[in-house]
Write a protein of this length. Structure first.
Length: 699
């Protein structure tokens, strides 16, 4: 929902003591002249999503780097700050004082500043700029004195600037490092300096005092910002907890985790799988819908239209006589059993994520109690879901355009809040692109207002602009096209867009290697090496990734000619041998430990691709800002053949000379290599290990 945002140019937004100070003027001066005194121009502020319509995203402890084009007419110097404040969980709090972060000149009138966000909720920020009269005066004085010109007039002008600053100081201490000093002491110091530079002391001494860095710093701290200009928008940052940025997800069907393949496992039995998932190093265990499953038009094995005796049906056909979206499928147990499952997961360091699918089976209580929430045909029957030629008679979509939509919205919001009350603060939302965008913007904001710790993952494999808009509307994370990007060129192009364009400001990717719906041909045909390649790519390209259970066992059986799993767990209970030969569990556990030990892998933005002389070798790096953690990944994307060639290490980015000699350690194998210069040779055999995860030892 669109909200009114405070006007940054008004004294109602900026505390009175910090509001722009207008230059004194005769009463008869026309308004255009007053505006002309505001000589600074602020343009192209970034980050800014759709002209400020949507907030950018960060997690607690991250920084927001703000850039803008800032300049003034003529040759005067410019000063600028980023103004920011915490705005609460709803973005409406206006009692927090604005703080300033200095901006510095970059090049070509581009300026940059940054501030840190330390609390969940929303922050406001904008940019203010003004003519820096002190810097302008000091620059002119330095040039003229250096050229041997008479600077008596310039010293008199400077004294006036200093006295004007002192006179404009508030009764309390100023900004920045002078906050601890008494205002009176600073005012007196500035007055003394003004008197000194216009005294009879030797000229060179007075000029040195006028150009003193301490004077410039105090003047900057107490600058009255005469005729400052503030950017015409107050922008927002939504700040979420770390799990919105970094985490490994494991998807499991709890009904398949029992000892008897002829019936659903209970939560009491499924809980026994949690220690193994925790041992693999995952952070989130994600469950498909756990609600009662309808019996009308229930699907059978392999998506057959007729269910056989004992077929459990699809968990996404939600609702039966036992209840709907706030009930538990009886085969899984009770709500108390689910609560114990969540508590056990928490003790093991796992969070439980729950699938929310806003649709109903024909047996859902909503169908009887609220038929107005569904779309009807002319004959009065409810219209079921279709994707021609497929028909989904077991699913009724909600009608968000009905006259009763407001009540429907409130009811669906209550579903989220119900599960939050039962310990779930991560939701994977099924097919959000088939519901109104403004519903998601509203409901996510409503839930996060009460529970800012909640995280929403958008499962939308649809058109790019639709996926991006859902991210803008508030989803914390988004599914991506990663599954279908398998070549070096495809991966490089796609992840450059995600990580190095404005998309990164609002869309956080969660890279799933596979899902119950998607088993890509690369995995079907490439064998164990393909699973290793896709896992390492997911876990190192992105800070958040996920696998669907069975991936660790290299399960690649598909319905021929499709991306559907054979004997899909969506429609039947499947037991697995978790220790069958050929699994990659040790690799998964090892890389998840590496992810937790190396901060460079805990963000997506720092991804950079590098040149190779072989199109089957993908090379990319990640490093921390301080360069104390530098990782270089080399991946053979050909799962069938050994590939070798030369890769270029970005030594300039690592702070090393182009002819440096340094070591790299493969964190997976423990092998150590000495590299010399930018270009170095690698050879990757898919039957041995098709990837390098190298830590650069640069000291």
């Amino acid at each position: 929902m669109t909200r009114e945002r405070p006007d940054p140019s008004s004294n109602e937004t900026l505390p009175r003591s910090e509001a722009p100070v207008a230059a004194p003027a005769p009463a008869a001066v026309a308004e255009p002249v007053v505006k002309a005194w505001r000589r600074a121009i602020v343009e192209r502020v970034e980050p800014e999503v759709d002209a400020g319509r949507f907030p950018v995203k960060r997690t607690v402890g991250e920084t927001v780097e703000v850039t803008a084009d800032i300049f003034v007419d003529g040759h005067d110097k410019t000063a600028a700050v980023v103004r920011y404040r915490f705005a609460g969980h709803d973005g409406q709090a206006e009692d927090e004082a604005w703080q300033d972060a200095p901006m510095s000149f970059v090049d070509n009138d581009r300026w940059a500043g940054r501030f840190r966000v330390d609390a969940m909720g929303r922050y406001h920020y904008t940019v203010a700029a003004w003519v820096d009269h002190v810097a302008s005066w000091q620059a002119e004085l330095s040039k003229k004195f250096g050229a041997g010109q008479d600077v008596t007039s310039e010293l008199l002008e400077g004294a006036l600037v200093i006295r004007r600053t002192a006179d404009a100081m508030p009764s309390s201490a100023g900004r920045g490092r002078q906050k601890s000093a008494s205002a009176g002491g600073v005012k007196a110091w500035l007055a003394e300096r003004a008197d000194f530079i216009t005294s009879d002391e030797e000229l060179s001494v007075r000029v040195a005092a006028a150009l003193d860095a301490d004077l410039a710093a105090r003047m900057r701290d107490h600058d009255p910002r005469v005729a400052s200009i503030t950017y015409d928008r107050v922008l927002e940052v939504i700040v979420e907890r770390e799990r919105a940025r970094f985490g490994a997800w494991y998807e499991m069907f709890p009904r398949s985790a029992g000892p008897d393949p002829t019936r659903s496992a209970t939560f009491g039995e499924a809980v026994l799988r949690l220690p193994a998932i925790a041992d693999l190093g995952f952070d989130v265990v994600y469950l498909p819908p756990i609600h009662p499953i309808g019996t009308s038009f229930r699907k059978g094995r392999n998506n057959s239209l007729v269910a056989g005796p004992g077929d459990p049906g699809s968990p996404w056909a939600i609702g039966a006589a036992e209840g709907g979206h706030t009930a538990v499928e009886p085969g899984l147990g009770t709500l108390d059993d689910f609560d114990r499952f969540v508590a056990t997961a928490s003790r093991l360091g796992l969070e439980v994520a729950l699938d929310i699918a806003f649709q109903a089976s024909p047996d859902h209580p909503y169908v009887k109690d609220h038929p107005e929430w569904f779309r009807h045909r002319p004959d009065g029957t409810i219209k079921y879901a279709e994707n021609p030629p497929k028909k989904y008679q077991d699913l009724y979509p909600f009608d968000f355009e009905s006259a009763e939509a407001p009540a429907l919205w409130e009811e669906l919001k209550s579903v989220f809040l119900f599960w939050v009350d039962h310990g779930v603060t991560i939701f994977r939302v099924d097919n959000p692109h088939t519901k109104p965008f403004r519903f998601w913007e509203w409901v996510i904001a409503e839930v996060k207002r009460a529970h800012p710790e909640t995280i929403f993952l958008s499962e939308a494999f649809t058109r790019p602009k639709v996926m991006k808009h859902l991210a803008k509307a508030g989803f914390s994370q988004s599914y991506t096209y990663f599954t279908w990007r398998n070549s070096k060129a495809e991966l490089t192009e796609y992840f450059t867009e995600l990580c190095q364009t404005d998309v990164r400001e609002y869309m956080r990717p969660n890279l799933f290697t596979n899902t119950p719906d998607i088993l890509h041909a690369y995995l079907q045909l490439g064998g164990r090496p393909a699973f290793i390649v896709r896992f390492v790519l997911a876990a190192t390209l992105g800070a958040s990734y996920g696998i669907y259970s069975g991936f660790e066992l290299v399960d690649n059986r598909a319905v021929p000619g499709t991306e559907e799993y054979l004997d899909s767990e969506k429609y039947q209970i499947r037991q697995r041998d978790w220790d069958q030969p050929g699994h990659i569990k040790e690799l998964i556990a090892q890389l998840n430990r590496i992810r937790h030990d190396h901060p460079a892998l805990q963000t997506t933005w720092n991804l950079r691709f590098h040149a190779t002389d072989n199109d089957q070798l993908l090379c990319y790096s990640k490093r921390t800002e301080t360069r104390d953690d530098i990782l270089l990944m080399v991946v053979n994307v050909d799962p069938y053949h050994t590939q070798h060639g030369w890769v270029q290490a970005p030594l300039w980015d690592w702070g090393l000379p182009s002819d440096a000699t340094f070591d790299v350690v493969d964190l997976l194998s423990g092998e150590r290599y000495t590299w010399r210069g930018e270009w170095n040779y690698v050879r990757l055999d898919p039957d041995h290990m098709p990837v390098h995860v190298l830590a650069a030892v640069t000291t």
